[in-house]
Design a protein around this ligand. Sequence first.
Ligand code: ZN
Length: 222
Amino acid sequence: MHFVNAHTHRIPCRDEIAVVNLDKDAREVPAEGYWSVGIHPWHICADTLEEELQRLEFFLTLPQVVAVGECGLDRLAKAPWPLQLVSFEKQLDLARKYQKPVIIHNVRSAGELLQIRKRIGNLSPWLLHGFHGSQREAELFLQQGCYLGFGKHLFNSKSKAAVVCAMAPIDRILPETDASEITVTSVIEKIAAIKEIPVSDMLKQLLDNFRRLFVEDHFKSV
Ligand SMILES: [Zn+2]
């Protein structure tokens, strides 16, 4: 059985199927595995944005690039807010054009993200990675067809992540390790415990979720 990892910045272990976030300085994408490519709000620069978007568009033509991201909005990032909005919406356009889901980085921007998703409409599915927002925010994203990614916050007793994970539909959650040192097996075991489901069943369910989000063609049925 394989362990899925929806968002990480490191090369996966054996038996792990992961979407690895391509390093911002990488100039090519390895042929093996699954990759996500995007412009992170921390790394947006007005002078190079067009060039970065062109590079992203080229990468999105590759079959091993299964998602745009991580990208999104970050109230604490240095990049000016209007520039963040331009960068994000251009990446959403590319995601639609190349029919790929989007891995979302969200820092204190849930309201804006939801507004953008509703305003633009007909967007590919989003994975709200590292979700630790409120139950209400989770419900609003779930109503919009989004997925929720859970990782290190599940182990923090002060975080709402475990409560949200407990209530989220089982077919809309995914495990992730992001940039942390935790293993994806520990995250999956934690999710299984929260959901009170045997780990073996959880593995199958998460593999299904992973395939549905990253591998299926989301636009064929539209
Ligand atoms: Zn990340």
